[in-house]
Design a binder for this molecule. Structure first.
Ligand code: GDP
Ligand code: ZN
Length: 315
């Protein structure tokens, strides 16, 4: 039987299968495979470094093949190849990468239209992280009931023009929730964004009882509340299905390293101009005959987005 790992607790993992959830142990052979190669979507410069040993052979979101032992328990026989993985650089002497989550389809970047004021530079940073990890990005501006400032309406048009879907929501009045639910259907999504923008409120509106669920005690293993570092996939239920990753570690996404040389590729609106500058190694920071800069001057690339690029590039 195949299933998806929705939670890991010590030596056990919870696997959702077409016939229901199971608590699984790992086959002995798998338990020994504590170091595994990085997924393909990690850039070559970091592919050399080894994954943190503590990550273990299975992470939340992995597709696995399981063999039932009885009605409630299974053994994980095999971890199917990962198609995508979200990893972060772990602190330490040697560069190590810790995989937090596999199979993420979509990063839902949440800001408020006001209270707190949206920090568009941070939004651009999240979008770069999504591009570099090759996951889709969905932009949500919550608290639409407070009124959308004209300046933000103009910025939203820029994001949509680039190709990012943008949904205006209100967790308070329910505006946009049908659209948001449709955008989450059948996918594994993670919500990120600054605190106070309404992520918890949105998740509770989408999955009634989510907060209780995330903190629940596992009856099957008898272990207590999971620690704040743990990742879990919360099923969105019918119709549509899909999962939301409850991932405290992902909130640090804004601070992730991305390859400086590749940064311009992570701004989709710049891609058409890359390779057209006078200098092959052009950083697009003011070099002569820069095609990107010319596109900014001509109004074909939004100036504020370009400023985000410059800030990230110089960081
Ligand atoms: P989080 O930190 O991103 O998880 O944000 P919370 O869900 O805790 O919400 C922060 C504050 O914003 C709370 O006081 C919520 O009641 C409020 N809030 C959340 N969504 C909305 C909304 O759509 N409209 C308004 N006016 N307030 C909201
Ligand atoms: Zn250039």
């Amino acid at each position: 039987m195949e299933g998806t790992v929705v939670r890991i607790r010590g030596a056990y993992c919870e696997v959702a299968t077409p016939v229901g959830p199971f608590v699984c142990t790992l086959r002995g052979k798998l338990r020994k495979q504590l170091v595994r190669p990085l997924s393909f979507n990690v850039r070559p410069s970091v592919r050399r470094v080894r994954e943190l040993k503590a990550t273990g052979p299975v992470v939340v979101g992995d597709r696995v093949r399981v063999r039932p032992l009885d009605r409630e328990t299974c053994v994980v026989e095999e971890v199917l190849p990962r198609e995508s993985a979200v990893s972060r650089a772990a602190a330490g002497r040697k560069p190590l990468v810790q995989t937090l989550l596999a199979g993420l389809d979509q990063l839902v970047v949440v800001f408020a239209v006001r209270d707190p004021e949206p920090h568009l530079g941070l939004l651009d940073r999240f979008l770069v992280v999504a591009e570099s990890a090759t996951v889709q990005a969905l932009v949500v501006f919550n608290k639409a009931d407070l009124g959308v400032p004209d300046e933000l309406t103009r910025a939203i048009a820029v994001y949509r023009q680039i190709g990012y879907p943008v949904i205006l929501t209100s967790a308070t009045t329910g505006t946009g929730l049908t659209e948001l639910r449709a955008a989450l259907a059948g996918k594994t999504s993670a919500f990120v964004g600054p605190s106070g923008v309404g992520k918890t409120s949105l998740l509770n509106a989408l999955v009634p009882g989510l907060a209780a669920r995330v903190g629940e005690v596992s009856r099957a293993t008898g272990k207590g509340r999971h620690t704040t570092r743990e990742v879990a996939l919360v099923p969105l239920g019918e119709p549509g299905g899909g999962y939301v990753a409850d991932t405290p570690g992902l909130r640090e996404l804004g601070f992730w390293e991305v390859d400086k040389e590749a940064l311009a590729e992570y701004f989709p609106e710049m891609r058409d101009y890359l390779g057209r500058c006078r200098f092959p190694g052009c950083a697009h920071l003011g070099e002569p005959d820069c095609a990107v800069r010319a596109a900014v001057e001509a109004g074909r690339i939004d100036r504020r987005r370009y400023q985000s690029y410059m800030r990230l590039r110089r960081d």
